[in-house]
Structure formats: C-alpha cells, structure tokens
Design a protein around this ligand. Sequence first.
Ligand SMILES: Cc1cc2nc3c(=O)[nH]c(=O)nc-3n(C[C@H](O)[C@H](O)[C@H](O)COP(=O)(O)OP(=O)(O)OC[C@H]3O[C@@H](n4cnc5c(N)ncnc54)[C@H](O)[C@@H]3O)c2cc1C
Length: 390
Amino acid sequence: MKSDVIVIGAGIIGSSIAYHLAQRKASVILVEKGDLAAGSSGACDGLIFLQSKKPGIHLQLAMESRKRFARLRSSLPVAIEYRECGGMVVIESDEELAVMHEFVKEQQKIGLDVTLLNANRARQLEPHLSEHILGATRSPLDGQVNPIALTLGFALGAKKLGARVITGATVHGIDTTSGRVSAVETDTGRFEADIIVNAAGSHAPEIGTMVGLPLPIKPRRGQIIVTEACRPMLNHCMISAKYIAAKFNPEIAKAGGEGISIEQTENGNFLLGSTREFVGYDKRTTSKGLQSIAAKTAGIVPALEQVNVIRAFAGLRPYTPDGLPILGPVADVPGFFMAAGHEGDGIALSPITGELIAQMIITGKSDFPLDAFRLSRFNVAREDGEVAHG
Ligand SMILES: Cc1cc2nc3c(=O)[nH]c(=O)nc-3n(C[C@H](O)[C@H](O)[C@H](O)COP(=O)(O)OP(=O)(O)OC[C@H]3O[C@@H](n4cnc5c(N)ncnc54)[C@H](O)[C@@H]3O)c2cc1C
C-alpha cells in the first residue's frame, strides 16, 4: 500500500497530523500498534492550560493552539467537550507567591490575559477553595477538553477526508532507499511513502532507532484519580503553583513535591492528578502516588474528601530534557519528520502541532517558526557517529 505520508502513532499528535494532512488533500496512512488513543492520550487530563507554559516560545505556541479549539468543536465528527472555563493556579506559600508574581509578569509581557488574585477574590470565584490558600492566578483563556474524544475526533475526521487509519499494526522497521525513508514494515504488512512521521509519543525512541537516531525522549509517569460524577462544584480548572515548579524542575518532583491538578469534566467526574515519575515504561498506579494526590487535592478543595473515588490510572508523558516537543524534519534522514516529546502539554498543543507539521510536509514552511523545536538542539549523535542535523 502506498501513500504520500505515513504517520506512526494514533495518539492525539499523530491523529491531529493525519487530520490536517488529509484536509490539505495529502494521502495519509495512520499506523497504530494498539487502538486509537491507546497511549498517553487516553490516560491523561484534558487541561488546555496556558498559565502552566514557560513564558517564551512555549507559551506562544500554546496561545496559537488554543485559538483553534473552538473551530474544532464545530468541525470534528465527535463531541470534544471543549469548554473555556478559565483556569486558576492556586498559591499555598509565600515562596510560591513570590515565584508566581514574577511568572505572571513574564506571561503578561507575552500578551497572556492573566491576573494575580488575593485569597478573598479567589474564594469569591471558587467558594470551595480551602481557607489556607494565599491567592491564585487566573486566566479566562484556560480551558478543558475530553482528550480521548479529541483524539477520536481527529482520527475519524482524517478518515472521513480519505486517510487510511490502520490499528493493531506495530511498526518494527523503516526502510530507506538511497538514504531517504521509503516504507514502514509492520506485523500486518509493508506500507510505502516518501515521508514518515514519528508521532509515537513516549515510544518515539524505538522508532528513532529504526533510522539510527537516538532520541532524548523518556517516559514520565503520571497517576490520576477519577471520582464519581458530582454536581458542578468548580467553575475553573485548577493546578497548584507547585505543579509549575515540579514541571520545570525534576528535583522538586523527585523530592515528592509535585503539584496537583483538579478538573471537573462535563459529566461531573473529577480528575485529580498527578505524579511526575521516571520509572521506565511502568504504567501501574501506586498507593503512595494515589494517597499523595488525594491528600494534596483535598488540601486545596476540602469538599473532595467527601467524594467517592471510582478508579485510578497512569499514563506516560513523553518527556524531553528542555520541556519542549521535538518537531519538524530531520535533515540527516531525508523524509523523516519528528512530532513527539510534548510531555504534559500534548493535548493543549495538538491542534497547532498537526497544523504546522502538515504545512511543513506540504509546503516546506510553517506559519509559526519551528526552529526552537528541531531535534538538532540536542546535538544527538547518530548511530553512524555523525551528529544529527535538522
Ligand atoms: C497523567 C497525565 C496528565 C496529563 N495531562 C495533560 C493535560 O492536562 N493537558 C495536556 O495538554 N497534556 C496532558 N498530558 C500529556 C499528554 O497526555 C501527552 O503529551 C499526549 O497525550 C502525547 O500524545 P502523543 O500522541 O504524542 O503520544 P501517545 O498518546 O502516547 O500516542 C503515541 C501512539 O503511538 C503508538 N505507537 C508506539 N509505538 C508504535 C509502533 N512501533 N508502531 C505503531 N504505533 C506505535 C502508541 O500505541 C500510541 O497510541 C498528560 C499526561 C499524563 C500522563
């Protein structure tokens, strides 16, 4: 079977790329070893949080991505449960207050609509917040989406536009012809294309190895508690200020200081998350992790203590050392594109990632500069000893 492009991995990133390519009339095969959303995209929260992004290129990319959700809500063939609910970063200590004061100033400089609220104002907006909080930052631009529905929406949308979506097919090899990628080998057959996109999430390094590229992506586990559906209790999605610290400083996460997120879904269930752990590809939950999440979330919203927990799960974030995804063509392997390493931001960044990678593939250019996201920023040495460019 032959197409213009093969996308490996039907998580939210690969599905979005397939959708945006199919919209531009490219012929696409989306190959997935399990089922749609079988990886991290089916085991995560759905926060579209701008406030958690580092001020700079990361935040700018997220702001661009956010603009696309309202249109996707009406154009995708699945109800994606997108809500512009606004978000709060909850502050519990003087140190966090000082950090958030500076963080907000930087975000405002980039043009993000965000304000620092004192404790009284934060509790007026969210009466369930604990008495002990010192304040919160708030942005009306933060929102939420159902990540599984969005992944299915992209994949089924791509299919409607002519893409072939093949599940249950593990890619175990990539063929090259005169140095250029030419086909993928799977356990259900061989598929040919001149362009191959690695969107395999935390498994992207396995795909990289098939073309001699050691990729600096590793799995970072996150555990989540799911509660029963409740009446609407919160107006905003929330993360703690410690979440921001833990996201950007692995030492804080290692010392057990990870922050938490609280999200009430459209159905009324709470998703309470999450840990940040380097434990290889182990997707089990642990009593230590779940107890820590339960205690910390109830510390911020005490009413959660009375809410019945119905299940828990864990997913693997595709972590990169600088917190940015790896996007774009790899010059040393003609025809090979990277679109992986979104860590804890893949849901929020999925619309813009799909759009920019599709643009790059079709026109060789993108509306938003991808230079800062290239693989070459890591100076990885290819297996033949050459330093990879691109
Ligand atoms: C606990 C937790 C909470 C999170 N919360 C948020 C949040 O609130 N907001 C946000 O924006 N992000 C969040 N994230 C991050 C988000 O889930 C990820 O960034 C995103 O899902 C990554 O998508 P992906 O498509 O790159 O990877 P995946 O969803 O993992 O998809 C990769 C796919 O590739 C397939 N694959 C792998 N190897 C092969 C192969 N050899 N052949 C064929 N297919 C293959 C896999 O089966 C998988 O389906 C969270 C993550 C976790 C774990």
